[in-house]
Design a protein around this ligand. Structure first.
Ligand SMILES: Cc1ncc(COP(=O)(O)O)c(C=O)c1O
Length: 469
């Protein structure tokens, strides 16, 4: 009896400590945590391993991640080139590129090499000191655009915030405007911060988040008369109000792949010249080669913006954003704007690798060629099925195929079925399927994706017909 009591006491007091010790030793062994600190001493549990089993990941999300996205229940485990693989080993042709971001595809040797080499040197220092990679990336961007100076941040919304602040400061200090007004387009998309959703001319992104940032007015995209009338009313409204900027995408991405007309783009330029306001181009989705030119505005002969923003493809999937402007509009001084991470060595090393790929891999020509191929395959499909395909729009490798109302199929239906059949695409609105593959995509990959798209459409249309019978 006494022996049993002694064993139980040992189990209660010593065994837990002993087993915790063993667990922690094993954890250190597997996680390489080294000798400093231990789980007992910190009182913090070790993070669980990132197991890519979809059920476990899904549960982790359900319990711990805010529910701000509609997600497909799949877990991507790795990728190479234009292909991604899920945790069950299924292969996908990636025509989504992390939403027009992974311009070099996945595991690109130049990007991998640049990031690991930078980690071996230094990955973050802050903007209190010179960062050679930031200087070099700024130089490349300035040398290859209409801009003279760059400010670095981490995302598209932040880059747009920087441009909005720049335009407001320019209006206050150079145009003597007390209440600066910025015009953006209806159906535009500029990001999810409070000011970026205000700039975004779509009520669905603003709902429930008011009061919004004051000083924004909206105009129908590509409507020159409406734009001129709005400018007239702002300039004559008194109370210190005045036009500070017109901010627009050269092609509306989230708004359904709609390019600006030359006349609209030209009118924006003319109005900005007449009033002194800034012409700002949001190049977050169109920039860094997506349209077959380095910047979307370069598709409009002899028209240059005063400032533009970039993100997404700038780091090939490593978070980085930038706002660039001409010297005349560079009114920022020390303390006016900042970002702890903005332009850090790691992100800029990625940006430099992407920039290098543009010069060594002829990405722009490939973007134009593959874009032409994709649109001509889509046109053949439209000719065969005019009752299903309404329109084909795009430049380079940002393309949208719009479905007719009458066919009854939605962009979400097509995306879901394509995912099942091994192709990733992103809807851009309820009826537009967006094709934004990596800019390294091959002829065979475009053929394959478009053939799977044709099959998916046929299946969905047939299903609807069968259900009606
Ligand atoms: C044109 C445009 N601007 C801004 C953004 C916002 O970029 P981010 O999500 O990096 O903040 C996006 C994102 O889709 C975009 O397409």
């Amino acid at each position: 009896m006494l022996f049993v009591r002694i064993v139980m006491l040992f189990m209660l007091l010593v065994a837990p400590a002993f087993s915790l010790n063993i667990i922690s030793k094993f954890a250190k062994l597997f996680n390489g945590l080294g000798s400093s600190g231990s789980q007992e001493a910190t009182g913090l549990a070790l993070p669980t391993a990132a197991i890519s089993n979809t059920e476990i990941v899904g549960k982790n999300y359900e319990d711990n991640v805010m529910n701000t996205y509609g997600r497909y229940p799949m877990t991507i485990s790795h990728g190479a080139g234009c292909k991604l693989y899920d945790s069950e080993g299924n292969e996908y042709l990636d025509f989504a590129s992390g939403i027009a971001t992974c311009c070099l595809g996945h595991a690109h040797p130049l990007l991998k090499k640049a990031i690991s080499a930078q980690m071996d040197k230094v990955h973050h220092t802050s903007n209190l000191y010179y960062i050679p990679e930031q200087g070099a990336l700024a130089k490349w961007l300035v040398d290859n655009s209409c801009a003279d100076k760059a400010f670095f941040c981490n995302s598209g919304a932040e880059a747009n915030e920087a441009a909005i602040k720049l335009a407001r400061k320019y209006a206050h200090t150079k145009l003597n405007i007390d209440f600066p007004v910025i015009i953006t387009a209806l159906n535009s998309f500029h990001g999810r911060t409070l000011t970026a959703i205000t700039a975004t001319g779509q009520a669905k992104y603003q709902k429930d988040f008011g009061p919004l940032t004051p000083g924004f007015e909206y105009v129908e995209y590509n409507n020159v008369d409406a734009l001129r009338n709005l400018v007239k009313s702002i300039q004559s409204s008194g109370n210190g109000r005045g036009l500070a900027a017109i901010m627009m995408e050269s092609l509306q991405g989230e708004g359904g792949i709609k390019p600006a007309s030359y006349d609209f783009f030209k009118a924006v330029r003319e109005i900005c010249d007449e009033t002194g306001a800034l012409m700002i181009c949001d190049e977050v989705q169109t920039g860094m080669g997506r349209t077959g030119k380095l910047w979307g505005y370069q598709n409009y002969d002899n028209i240059e913006p005063d400032a533009f923003t970039s993100a997404k493809a700038l780091g090939g999937g490593v978070p980085i954003g930038a706002m660039l402007c001409k010297d005349k509009f560079n009114v920022f001084g020390p303390g006016d704007h900042a970002s702890t991470y903005g332009g850090n060595p790691l992100a800029c090393a990625a940006g430099l690798a992407v920039a290098g790929a543009f010069s060594s891999e002829n990405l722009l020509q490939n973007t134009l060629d593959r874009g032409n191929q994709l649109r001509s395959l889509a046109a053949e499909l439209k000719e065969k099925s005019p009752s299903v395909i309404q329109d084909i729009r795009g430049i380079g490798l940002i393309n949208g195929i719009e479905l007719t109302e009458e066919c009854g199929v939605t962009a979400a239906d097509v995306s879901k079925l394509l995912l099942k059949n091994g192709v990733l695409v992103v809807p851009a609105g309820p009826k537009v399927i967006r094709f934004v593959p990596p800019l390294i995509v091959s002829k065979e990959e475009v053929d394959k994706a478009m053939s799977k798209f044709a099959n998916a459409l046929e299946t969905l249309v047939q299903d609807i017909k069968n259900n009606k019978k």
